[in-house]
Design a binder for this molecule. Structure first.
Ligand code: ADP
Ligand code: MG
Length: 695
């Protein structure tokens, strides 16, 4: 009797994977057979056609097989250079590797190599050479080179491509056909190949057409699953039994309104009305507030939190960074303590000491605390709320769906939930990340805001720029200087980029010698960061050189100038967020983007920033300019990990998958597919979508 094949089995059950390789695979987040199966190639190399050396055309990327000889090593201009001659039956070519001295221990005279790269013909020496070697494989003496399309996997130094390839091959060889999750009609109507075929083909396609079909099927499934998950959650959340009914706004909310140092804008009022209505409804609120930086989302969140307290519940506020959590805490407690509302901060600073942590956990679980502000420490194990009524997530794209869901599971009843985001999100993105939410917009900015003047300038203007910054500081204002990199080790790799440390050094010892300056970056201890932010906030520090740690929400109204060094290295959305740090007070504010990049797109982006302060308009323009991918930057979009789909490239598939998911869930009344769907969700996302029930 054979053993049953389970995708949840440990990857060690795959032939060719022992404890050592399993440990290496863990580094790639591969623990189970399923993880290995869905460890998709990051790219493919076309090894279909072998070229004879005599047939090489200049500049062409070619695949060669031959024997090597004349292996030599030398040094020139600080480079370590290895040369060898590769020879086949028709001719020879010189191979060159740079700075890869370890090869000397591997390459041997007479060895057979398979090499891919671009060949050059030097008419002076009349010789063929290849110095741009994309990849090469050492072949056993009688090994036939494997031709075809070669998958290239994400890998680490500890695990080679060929080990990964072999492991996946062995897995596929023993894997019984995968069970179809989609109904046949859907496959037909969407022209999708079977899941089993797709899962195999994606690793070892015969040709690129086949590969394309496999990719489309897997991307469809991935997006389809997420959509189903989100829809099931939404449906579950519409279960009246689970929600909380908040009271109508009473004396406490009115008192908080009166305490705000300003009148709400029309949009803020409108959004707070919508939020109040949601909260008073028995159905759990799931609402997203989209509004540009500084549009006053936090004020709305504050009122909603007061509302939950007035109804006898606790509110949680999750900020994306420590600095922000601190800042919100200061503001909220200043405003609310007078009203008898108990506000607490759960941050790294607090949880560093076990005693303090236990104390605050205790306060939260015994309802001695009304509003708790924190970072994702708030969703860590051990925090139990006595009576959680509202969760606000100040998201800024740093929390994904899955984290949001984890928080949701923290209480028996479903608390109302408000998500805030500053970056304007294209509709298709909203579908994927926020498919389970209703959306409100704040478009109007608070009155009296002076638009930030933005200038793009070249490096040659630096002296003048910093003289201007100095004048502003002498006039009593404060300034930010933002740099893309922290320190030297990184800047060595990018030799022409000055790091924050270097810039700080130059400025604080140069033109700002007599001005209190500080350096702030993400690798500093939280304690030190807090101290610097406090001093900057208090006006003790005048010039703050930093990395993007200040990006989100930091509020120092007296800061009126921001200089961004190497502005071309930031995304447009990011620059817009950064710029939002100034222009928060009554002074005229400036943002100066320094860049020598003359690349068309980089320049056009800076010009867009010069022209408009409107985040939504900016998003549109940038989408037109470069496609959506770069607007957000890689790690910022907060999507659940997509292994194969790309919400930007696959917009069409996304929309099809969404429609299909909707129909699927509605049609599947008899739950014919439900068990399978749930199993697949669990395989792909663990319990991140929560306990999904059938109705
Ligand atoms: P967001 O969270 O949307 O980035 P905030 O709520 O932090 O914006 O508001 C930005 C700044 O504007 C804060 O200093 C806040 O006190 C102020 N502000 C908010 N709403 C108003 C308003 N209606 N009138 C005047 N100032 C406001
Ligand atoms: Mg409600």
């Amino acid at each position: 009797m054979g053993f049953e094949f389970k995708l949840t089995d440990n990857v060690m059950y795959v032939k060719g994977v022992g404890p050592k390789r399993a440990a290496a695979l863990e580094k790639l987040n591969i623990f189970t057979k399923y993880d290995l199966l869905t460890h998709y190639p990051r790219t493919y190399e076309n090894h279909s056609n072998l070229t004879r050396i005599v047939d090489i055309l200049e500049g062409e990327t070619v695949l060669l097989v031959g024997k090597i000889s004349n292996i030599t090593a030398r040094e020139a201009r600080g480079l370590k250079i290895i040369n060898a001659i590769l020879e086949d039956a028709t001719g020879y070519i010189q191979l060159t590797w740079f700075n890869q001295n370890w090869l000397l221990n591997r390459l041997r005279h007479g060895m057979r190599l398979l090499v891919i790269g671009k060949a050059k013909f030097d008419s002076w020496s009349n010789r063929l050479s290849m110095s741009q070697i994309q990849s090469f494989t050492i072949l056993e003496p009688d090994e036939e080179p494997e031709l075809g399309i070669m998958p290239i996997y994400p890998s680490t130094a500890a695990i080679s491509q060929s080990v990964l390839r072999t492991a996946i091959k062995n897995l596929l060889a023993t894997m019984p056909p995968l069970k179809e999750i989609l109904p046949q009609e859907l496959l037909n109507s969407q022209k999708l190949i079977s899941i089993d075929e797709a899962a195999r083909t994606i690793h070892f396609p015969q040709d690129f057409l086949e590969l394309d079909k496999a990719r489309r099927r897997l991307a469809f499934d991935e997006l389809f699953l997420i959509q189903c998950g989100l829809m099931l959650i939404k449906r579950q959340n519409q279960d009246e039994r689970l929600g909380i009914t908040h009271k109508k706004n009473g004396a406490l909310v009115k008192a908080a309104l009166a305490k705000l140092p300003f009148e709400l804008t029309g949009d803020q009022k409108k959004v707070f009305r919508a939020v109040s209505k949601d909260m008073e409804n028995k159905l759990p609120m799931r609402r997203l507030i989209q509004g540009d930086v500084g549009s006053g989302k936090t004020a709305v969140a504050l009122l909603a939190l007061v509302k939950t307290v007035e109804s006898g519940y606790q509110g949680a506020f999750m900020a994306p960074t420590e600095i922000l959590a601190n800042q919100h805490y200061e503001k909220f407690s200043a405003l609310l303590t007078g009203l008898g509302i108990r506000v607490d901060l759960l941050s790294a600073k607090v949880t560093r000491s076990k005693k303090m942590r236990d104390e605050i956990y205790q306060k939260i679980s015994s309802h001695e605390s009304d509003i708790i502000i924190g970072t994702h420490a708030l969703i860590q194990e051990g925090v139990t709320f006595a009576k959680l009524g509202l969760v606000v997530t100040d998201e800024q794209h740093r929390f994904g769906v899955t984290q949001r869901l984890t928080l949701e599971k923290k209480s028996d009843a479903l608390p109302d939930m408000l998500v805030m985001t500053a970056t304007p999100i294209p509709r298709t993105m909203t579908l994927t990340v926020y498919g389970d939410l209703d959306v409100s917009l704040i478009k109007e900015l608070p009155p009296g805001r002076k638009p930030i003047k933005t200038f793009g300038r070249g490096i040659s203007d630096k002296k003048k720029i910093y003289e201007f910054v100095r004048e502003e500081i002498m006039a009593g204002r404060q300034a930010y200087v933002v740099c893309p990199l922290i320190g030297r080790s990184e800047s060595e790799r990018l030799a022409d980029i000055e790091s924050a440390e270097e810039i700080f050094d130059t400025l604080s010892n140069g033109i700002f010698r007599d001005v209190p300056c500080a350096l702030l970056h993400g690798r500093m201890k939280p304690r030190d960061k807090e101290e610097i932010m406090e001093k900057f906030h208090g006006g003790e520090i005048k010039l703050l050189v930093s990395t993007t740690v200040i990006e989100v929400g930091v509020d120092v109204p007296n800061a009126s100038v921001m200089v961004v060094e190497h502005a071309e290295r930031f995304g447009l959305a990011q620059l817009h967020q950064l710029r939002g740090r100034v222009g928060r007070g009554s002074e005229k504010s400036y943002c100066i983007l320094i860049s020598d990049s003359t690349a068309g797109v980089a320049k056009a982006r800076l010009e867009i920033l010069e022209k408009t302060n409107d985040g939504f308009k900016l998003a549109e323009e940038d989408l037109k300019l470069r496609g959506p991918g770069q607007f957000f930057g890689e790690a910022q979009h907060g999507l659940p990990d997509l292994k194969i789909a790309d919400v930007f490239r696959d917009v069409e598939i996304l929309i099809q998958a969404r429609d299909a998911a909707e129909k699927f869930i509605t049609d599947d009344e008899n739950l014919n597919y439900f068990a399978n769907l749930r199993q697949n969700l669990a395989l792909a996302y663990g319990d991140k979508f929560g306990q999904i029930t059938a109705n």
